[in-house]
Design a protein around this ligand. Structure first.
Ligand SMILES: O=C(O)CCC(=O)N[C@@H](CCC(=O)O)C(=O)O
Ligand SMILES: [Zn+2]
Length: 334
């Protein structure tokens, strides 16, 4: 599918703007492989399976460690060195931002899902791609055989800032949603001990699959943003192993999951105007603690102060465009 010295990373980088010719092949073991679009490849085993699994990365093109991990898994599946026991759709979401080594080119793609792309300039590449990715994911789930009873989506990212908690997962908001034990076991296997529960509907890729496709979906923050070739992939062995196990169709080890520390989003910080002031230090790490009463932002007579118990900040970024998220304030759940 890729030439012998290539990988999905180099193919995606070299073909970001090339028209894609859909390819279709069978591996020796009977697994059907469909190369649907640049950076989008589907594996379907010829044995009965119970899970449809979407694994995405590169929604932000400079978040390279998950792209490297996932590319290796794809190589191993194609070489039949990794067992394929479930249906999987792999997505390298934003080829142009990978080429530019930037978070995005025109628009933050992870704010374009759940149909948000419809309200943007439809000539922009990231806008068109978000629409296509929604369709690929919806079709992938719609075409699943009757044996499939579970839909999962892991959207893999790395964070801009250092973090007091090396890895964490975000669980998109869907009313009355509860995390099944199987997902807790997956997070444990992936060495992810921190979980953020979103409290309102979002327009991220994981929100799309959770709210419109009934998938168990997570955004996974797996480490820190680094350029291609500069990642220490040994720090990503947890997610690598957990994904490989899931893909193989073998049961996760039967150990009880270590407890996950849960945080609930209590305030979404938005940059509201040119005058808006973010009153936290630029170098604040993810999960920095702020004490009751502390002023976090101010815009004229509007402000946000920490409530009556400590709060924690993730994704602080005062440089976002007006109207966009500049961080999330969290409360730790007991
Ligand atoms: O480190 C940062 O500031 C951003 C890292 C990142 O891309 N995070 C995702 C989280 C998506 C979610 O809320 O589920 C994003 O901002 O899109
Ligand atoms: Zn990201």
């Amino acid at each position: 599918m890729f030439d012998t010295h290539s990988s999905i990373i180099s193919h995606t980088l070299a073909n970001a703007d090339a028209p894609h010719v859909r390819q279709h092949d069978f591996l020796t073991a009977g697994t059907e492989v469909t190369f649907l679009d640049t950076g989008v490849i589907k594996f379907e085993p010829n044995t009965a399976c119970d899970t449809s699994l979407v694994i995405s990365c590169a929604v932000h093109g400079n978040e390279t460690a998950p792209i490297e991990i996932i590319s290796r898994i794809i190589d191993d599946l194609l070489a039949e060195e990794q067992k394929c026991g479930q249906r999987i759709l792999f997505i390298l979401a934003n080829p142009w931002s990978m080429v530019a080594a930037e978070r995005f080119v025109d628009l933050n793609m992870n704010r374009l899902f759940c149909g948000q792309w419809q309200h943007q300039d439809l000539t922009l590449k990231e806008v068109k791609r978000a629409a296509k990715l929604e369709a690929y994911v919806a079709n992938f789930y719609a075409e699943e055989p009757v044996t499939v009873t579970q839909r999962f989506h892991y959207d893999c990212h790395t964070a801009i800032k250092d973090s007091a908690r090396a890895r964490f997962a975000l669980y998109p908001f869907v009313a009355d949603r509860k995390i099944p034990d199987s997902q807790k076991a997956f997070l444990d296997q992936a060495d992810i001990q921190t979980l953020l529960l979103q409290q309102r509907a979002g327009n991220t890729f994981s929100s799309f699959s959770a709210s419109t496709q009934q998938a168990q979906s997570f955004t996974l923050e797996l480490g820190k943003v680094k350029p291609f070739g500069e990642n220490d992939l040994s720090q990503f062995s947890g997610i690598d192993g957990a994904l490989r196990k899931l893909i193989s169709g073998d049961a996760l080890p039967n150990r009880s999951a270590r407890p996950v520390d849960c945080f609930s989003v209590c305030h979404e910080i938005e940059r509201t105007s040119e005058q808006w002031q973010f009153l936290v230090a630029d170098e604040s790490a993810n999960f920095a603690e702020f004490l009751p009463g502390q002023l976090i932002w101010q815009d004229g007579e509007h402000e946000y102060r920490v409530g009556d118990e400590p709060e924690y900040l993730v994704f602080p970024n005062g440089q976002v465009p007006i109207g966009q998220r500049a961080g999330l304030m969290l409360r730790k759940l007991s």
